[in-house]
Design a protein around this ligand. Sequence first.
Ligand SMILES: CC(C)(COP(=O)(O)OP(=O)(O)OC[C@H]1O[C@@H](n2cnc3c(N)ncnc32)[C@H](O)[C@@H]1OP(=O)(O)O)[C@@H](O)C(=O)NCCC(=O)NCCS
Length: 163
Amino acid sequence: MNYNIVPMDRSHLRGIADLERLCFTTPLTEVMLEQELYLDHASYLVAEDENGQVVGYAGLHVVLDEGYIDNVAVSPDYRRQGIARRLVEVFCRFGEERLAFLTLEVRASNKAAIALYDHLGFLPEGRRRGYYEKPREDAILMTRRFSHEGETASDSPEESPLV
Ligand SMILES: CC(C)(COP(=O)(O)OP(=O)(O)OC[C@H]1O[C@@H](n2cnc3c(N)ncnc32)[C@H](O)[C@@H]1OP(=O)(O)O)[C@@H](O)C(=O)NCCC(=O)NCCS
């Protein structure tokens, strides 16, 4: 299947909100997603098919040299084709250049997502008890750390778009 990875824009908001409702019990709404477009420290990527339809998406927030992955979802009909891996790999490449680490929370029962992050070099680093609702469940914290050998304190990160 052909798809492109592009930055989220307004045309994607409805498709992402639909995907959120399909995938999560506490979905982000179109309004919440739209607010992300105005945040300098947020980067949302969309996998879209030839017709511009959303088939997957992922969101990242950056605070100084720390990266927090908030959302990753792929439409059920398009899973196991490497779409989530490609989306998160973009964040990992950015991390290799700019971040000390990338981290995220995942439901303890979410074997598919845990396998995805494990595959991409994220390690389980902790557990937040009862973090999720609907249903109540622990979160596993998974983190991938990046070493920047030869870097000095004066090597300050510059602005750089992800895609
Ligand atoms: C988790 C999710 C994003 C994975 O998306 P995907 O596009 O199907 O994942 P990929 O095809 O890129 O898979 C990459 C690797 O992750 C692992 N993986 C993905 N889905 C898996 C599954 N159902 N079971 C076991 N391993 C899985 C595999 O190692 C896979 O590599 P392989 O196919 O070569 O074996 C998708 O299942 C989803 O949207 N789930 C619902 C929303 C969700 O739980 N999001 C994560 C919130 S933290």
